[in-house]
Design a protein around this ligand. Structure first.
Ligand code: THU
Length: 160
């Protein structure tokens, strides 16, 4: 038997002003998208903004449903749209902002497990890392240099 140790590194910025102006702009797109979330059940609004290698920004927000499992997270709404509309364009960066309509969301909100799996598919497909920034409605911003860093021992097409 041997043990393996996998390390994950995250950069934590004190606030949005600390990140580059390009990322601030991307995050502002995520915040704008968040305001368009359809989240009448959870009252938890999430926005995602995806920067493509050609400079285009694609956004998405969570879209809930009275049949709860039929709803979709912001990240998957955005990334599947990218996959459908720009199948050959690489994704550079993903920015996420989440805000509860009930509490003040100051804790950075990372993508859920299902979204990590969906983002992983595109990272593996394009063969280059997708940088991810996530935050609440205000406060700290966390950066991951890739999706792989957020999903160690990922399940991907190489095992099929
Ligand atoms: N949600 C997202 O949009 N992204 C995530 O990564 C986590 C959760 C949404 C789904 C649901 O509409 C609400 O947040 C509460 O879970």
């Amino acid at each position: 038997m041997k043990s393996i140790k996998i390390e994950a590194k995250f950069d934590v910025f004190e606030n949005l002003e600390e990140v580059s102006s390009e990322i601030q702009n991307l995050m502002h797109n995520a915040i704008e998208a968040r305001r368009k979330a359809y989240a009448p059940y959870s009252k938890f609004q999430v926005g995602a903004a995806i920067l493509l290698e050609n400079g285009e920004i694609i956004t998405g927000s969570n879209q809930e449903n009275a049949s709860f499992p039929a709803g979709l997270c912001a990240e998957r709404t955005a990334i599947h749209y990218v996959g459908a509309k720009y199948p050959d364009t690489k994704i550079t960066t993903l920015a996420i902002s989440a805000a509860s309509q009930i509490n003040n969301t100051i804790t950075p909100v990372p993508p859920c497990g299902a979204c990590r799996q969906a983002i992983a598919e595109y990272e593996v497909k394009q063969g280059s890392p997708i940088e991810i920034y996530f935050m609440g409605s205000t406060g700290k911003v966390v950066r991951s240099e890739s999706l792989e860093n957020l999903l160690p021992l990922m399940f991907d097409k190489t095992v099929l």
